[in-house]
Ligand binder design. Structure first.
Ligand SMILES: [Zn+2]
Ligand SMILES: [Zn+2]
Length: 125
């Protein structure tokens, strides 16, 4: 049996079991993530088919680019996931994981788009 991390939105309607094999934590500093998350987006990435999603009908989707769409909980507004549609991958917001992840940020993405009010998270090698 695959070991899972458990993620949930603020109100608990949306619950996602994320495989422990998911990549990340990854930190994306792109302009889209800044607008949509209010700051950089830290996430875990895995195939959607490897996740178990409860309360998926509570998700409200927004087509944020041609290749991807993003979902938030329609009740509490938690930003839940970004879907890379063609690849079938979901990027789950790291802040939704309940309890310790045992992980660190392993990679920064779009560093060149970072705003001027914070330093890039340090990457542990
Ligand atoms: Zn919610
Ligand atoms: Zn981004």
């Amino acid at each position: 049996m695959t070991e899972m991390l458990h993620a949930s939105c603020h109100c608990g309607k949306v619950r996602i079991a994320v495989p422990a094999s998911a990549a990340g934590v990854l930190a994306c500093h792109c302009g889209d993530c800044q607008k949509m998350h209010g700051n950089f987006n830290a996430f875990l990435a895995a195939p959607r088919s490897d996740m178990q999603v409860t309360g998926e009908d509570a998700l409200v989707w927004y087509q944020s680019s041609e290749a991807s769409r993003r979902a938030f909980c329609g009740t509490c507004g938690s930003r839940v996931t970004k879907e890379i549609t063609a690849a079938g991958r979901w990027l789950i917001s790291a802040g939704l994981v309940d309890g310790p992840t045992g992980r660190r940020i392993i990679k920064n993405l779009w560093e060149q788009s970072k705003p001027d009010w914070y330093d890039l998270p340090a990457i542990e090698t």
